[in-house]
Unconditional design. Structure first.
Length: 125
């Protein structure tokens, strides 16, 4: 049986949970309509800085088909999350949105990432 998830206006491209492998960078390789996009996710916990006052998200394009999210000080074991899906680009002629929740694992450098990638409307081009 194959399951297709969607909302009223968006299709779910991928959704799941990932426990990072220690402090290693995690890599999401997304494919839609023959087009591939790679998103790298890295966590940096700075000594003495807490999630409330020093949390930061940085996005750096690596190439036309690859980008890196760096999450600084996401060290709250109750979780830090986006309040709405964020538009992050296009893939296979469709808009691409990303929503996540990140939990800190007490006594570990690993994080738990709950993620969903949504496909929006068609893009011209």
């Amino acid at each position: 049986m194959q399951l297709k998830l969607r909302t009223e206006t968006k299709d779910v491209l991928a959704s799941g949970t990932l426990i990072t492998f220690g402090s290693e960078e995690s890599i999401f390789e997304l494919t839609h309509n023959g087009e591939c996009l790679t998103l790298r996710v890295k966590f940096v916990d700075e000594d003495g800085k807490n999630w409330k006052e020093h949390r930061e998200t940085k996005f750096d394009p690596v190439s036309a088909t690859e980008g890196r999210f760096t999450f600084f000080n996401f060290n709250n074991n109750l979780g830090v999350y986006t309040t709405k899906p964020a538009y992050i680009g296009d893939i296979g002629g469709r808009e691409l949105f990303f929503q996540y929740k990140i939990d800190d694992m007490t006594e570990s450098v690993s994080k738990v990432i709950f993620y969903t990638f949504y496909l929006g409307g068609s893009v011209n081009g």
